[in-house]
Write a protein that binds this ligand. Structure first.
Ligand code: IMP
Length: 429
């Protein structure tokens, strides 16, 4: 029994949904600690493909409590749509709970996201345009509206009266947009509150009670450590801490309550949006990875940038997050390659360095130092046990394990549930 945190060890889209689904089969609770609809966690089961944005991936297991924690920013209309869609597909949604402290993404946040990106011009971040940055900025600026406010008309009126006049100055004078109407927002968001009210709880207490009762809790991080607002490639990052520490904060637990930190890495790398990316491939091999790996955003549909495995970034995030176990996904995508490169260091102005530079522009100038490993050129997608992997595929995994510095316990060989093999069986329950 214990708490297991799942994080992304690269720039997102590593397959955290699939790994969460595997562990959730034996868990009592799955908590989403951060992010919002910028995330898209995909789970492929015999019943179909599910793309979760706000709802924890554990919802497919009846009896598993699913919690949207205080660190998540929620656009209520999108959440209601996601609940309705899943209900329509026959999923029991009665165990979905929402933190009363979660901040709300208001209609002006996506608008502000779009306007801010336009203003950045060629330096744009390439955000998902879902309003996350502006919503988290308002949260930190103490201008947020929270889920509990939607359930208390007096509190909501007070918050809107405080926040909207200031927003209107920004929207009308800086962005040339029409002002927002407080009474319309009040009506709209009170209605959302009424619909969501039965699910709104003090989620941190629910999580703590589960831990006290000896239940197993999975915390399903969104985004990834290289997109972290402090340690990622700032300013080309998301607006939360998609780290193990951030997961604790967003779920409402302390570091001493965590038993395992599982970091998910793709067998290569991808990145969506702008920002430095030392191992990026922009030729034939990059296209091959994009095509074979279906590397198009779950949330935005944008083509993802593709590159070789970056061992420097991988080790950096493993160390910063106290990673105890590793899952390597999409190994099968590398099947046809005669040779595979892994970045083991960077060269910067004639010096070899082993961590990402703090300035994005400088980090963008590093030259990756590659090690070349032989490929295996065999179809691995139908294999059912780790021992069946070709020798060179196992060598590749052994090398990644050495570089990352934590044991690789799971290998993904395809999108469906059964295409996830245990290298070493671990009881996370
Ligand atoms: P935002 O989170 O929408 O503000 O976007 C900031 C950066 O994080 C952009 O480069 C996005 O492409 C990236 N990003 C945000 N969420 C995800 C995700 O779930 N997967 C991959 N990239 C993401």
């Amino acid at each position: 029994m214990g708490v297991t945190i799942i994080i992304g060890g690269q720039w997102g889209d590593e397959g955290k949904g699939k790994v969460t689904d595997a562990l959730a089969a034996r868990a009592h609770m799955v908590v989403r600690p951060n992010g919002s609809t910028n995330a898209g966690h995909t789970v492929q089961t015999p019943a179909g493909i599910y793309k979760f944005h706000l709802v924890p991936s554990g919802v497919l297991y009846p009896g598993c409590d699913c919690v949207i924690g205080a660190g998540v920013a929620i656009p209520p209309a999108d959440l209601l749509d996601e609940i309705e869609d899943l209900t329509g597909r026959g999923i029991d949604m009665s165990s979905l709970y929402i933190s009363d402290r979660a901040n709300i993404i208001m209609p002006f946040h996506p608008l502000q996201d779009q306007l801010e990106e336009t203003q950045r011009g060629s330096n744009n971040i390439g955000t998902t345009l879902r309003g996350n940055g502006p919503a988290y900025a308002d949260k930190a600026g103490r201008r947020g509206i929270r889920m509990a406010d939607l359930l208390d008309e007096r509190a909501l009126v007070e918050r809107l009266n405080l926040i909207i006049p200031e927003k209107n100055v920004l929207l009308t004078s800086l962005y040339n947009q029409p002002p927002l109407d407080i009474s319309e927002l009040l009506e709209q968001f009170t209605a959302y509150g009424e619909k969501l009210a039965p699910r709104v709880v003090s989620s941190e207490m629910m999580v703590q009670d589960a831990i006290d009762a000896g239940k197993s809790v999975i915390i399903e991080g969104a985004q990834a450590a290289m997109l972290d607002i402090d340690y990622g490639t700032y300013p080309y990052v998301t607006s939360t801490s998609p780290t193990a520490a951030g997961a604790c904060q967003g779920a409402g637990i302390g570091p001493t309550q965590v038993s395992n930190v599982v970091s998910v890495y793709k067998a290569y790398t991808t990145r969506v949006g702008g920002g430095p990316y030392p191992t990026e491939l922009d030729e034939e091999t990059g296209d091959l990875l994009r095509r074979r790996g279906a590397e198009f955003g779950t949330t935005t549909g944008r083509p993802r940038r593709t590159g070789w495995f970056d061992g420097v970034a991988a080790r950096y995030t493993a160390r910063l997050n106290g990673v105890t176990h590793v899952a390597i996904t999409k190994l099968d995508i590398l099947d046809p390659l005669p040779e595979i490169q892994v970045c083991v260091g960077y060269e910067l102005d004639g010096q070899v360095v082993h961590s990402p530079h703090a300035i994005a522009e400088t980090y963008g100038r590093v030259k990756p130092l590659f090690e070349t490993l032989p490929g295996w050129q065999e179809d691995t997608s139908q294999l059912t046990s780790y021992d069946q992997l070709p020798t060179n595929a196992r060598r590749y995994i052994d090398r990644l394990e050495e570089i990352i510095g934590a044991p690789v316990v799971m290998i993904g060989l395809g999108p469906s549930r059964e295409q996830l093999l245990w290298r070493r069986e671990v009881d996370f329950a």
